[in-house]
Design a protein around this ligand. Structure first.
Ligand code: ZN
Length: 330
């Protein structure tokens, strides 16, 4: 600060004011200005912190709402991803399996799951956080959907082209999933319950209560409906064409006769304990060109009752006795 200074002039013997030099004046003005600027900045930020403007209050509230929305969106995306994975699973394990199409290669499924242009832009933000995560997830889901959609287009085309083959091919569980049965013996080698020796089992055994309805698994013609002399008890064999036959053995009762044409889902008889059988069960067998194949590849245990009914009814909606509300009646 400038303090007025005086000195005695030896010539005039008077007090005279000491004048500041130009340099001193400039230095003084610069320090005053810098001080004022610093004070203004401090006041502004200190004031804003203690007394935000109405606009800042609105922004703050909006930001809070947006963050909460983003968080819910993230949770919903998780559900979408789950549904998409289910669809992919069905596509590969069910739709494609029925049509004898190979599953979509994993390399193709993972295409486009890397970073995106938008992701790179967001990464440059100071705090991209959840926005970046949501954005990347949406992009990945959209890529997966595109691949799934083209896969289903192929499945649809194949289904249209092979409608008759699909109608005939054994494709469902011979016992409704709504009925109480359990797998007691699977396809392949096992210990024969009678000879106690290792022997090939050419089908699957489904145990359940006596008298349960047994359904034809694909359109075809009955070739055998009799009491077997080879231990199968009361058995029915259906020729589905395209090299496929199916056998239903140890039946309690037979409802069809040789030469009869059947639709998928029609009841051919009831679960029994006839022939070489240690308890009530159905021996179900599928052969392709005379060679036994694993029936488990031809139906899926985890199909829901609705899906099973839908599949069964694909043969002929009007004739098929397999109405959804008949599924659990027993
Ligand atoms: Zn068996």
């Amino acid at each position: 600060m400038f303090v007025r200074k005086y000195h005695i002039n030896p010539e005039t013997l008077r007090y005279e004011r000491v004048r500041a030099t130009r340099k001193q004046r400039v230095r003084f003005l610069v320090s005053i200005s810098l001080g004022l600027i610093a004070l203004a900045i401090l006041m502004r930020f200190g004031f804003e912190r203690s007394f935000p403007t109405p606009r800042q209050i609105i922004y703050h509230k909006e930001n809070k709402v947006l963050r909460s929305e983003l968080s819910s969106l993230n949770a919903e995306l998780q559900e979408v991803e789950f549904q998409l994975a289910e669809l992919r699973n069905r596509d590969d394990r069910f739709y494609r399996a029925i049509l004898s199409l190979d599953p979509v290669p994993a390399s193709m499924r993972s295409v486009g799951t890397g970073g995106s242009q938008r992701g790179i832009v967001l990464q440059n933000m100071r705090d991209p956080g959840m926005v970046l995560e949501v954005s990347q997830r949406i992009e990945q889901i959209s890529n997966k959907m595109r691949i799934q959609s083209s896969s289903l287009d192929r499945v649809y085309k194949e289904a249209i082209d092979n409608q008759h083959f699909l109608t005939c091919r054994p494709s469902i569980n011979p016992i409704s999933p709504g009925d109480p049965t359990w797998l007691t013996s699977s396809y392949g080698f096992r210990m024969d319950p009678f000879t106690k020796k290792r022997a090939a089992h050419h089908g699957i055994d489904l145990a359940g209560p006596l008298g349960l309805d047994v359904h034809c698994t694909g359109e075809g013609t009955v070739t055998i409906a009799h009491v077997s002399r080879h231990g199968y008890g009361k058995e029915v064999v259906v020729d589905h064409g395209y090299g496929f036959t199916s056998r239903y053995a140890h039946l309690d009762d037979i409802h069809v006769k040789a030469g009869q044409k059947l639709k998928r889902g029609e009841v051919i008889g009831t679960l029994g304990n006839t022939g070489r059988s240690t308890g009530p069960h159905l021996h179900y067998e599928i052969r392709k060109n005379g060679h036994p194949v694993n029936p488990m590849y031809f139906f899926y245990e985890n199909l829901s009752a609705g899906e099973y009914s839908l599949l069964a009814s694909r043969a002929n909606m009007s004739v098929n006795p397999y109405a959804p509300n008949a599924m659990s009646q027993k």
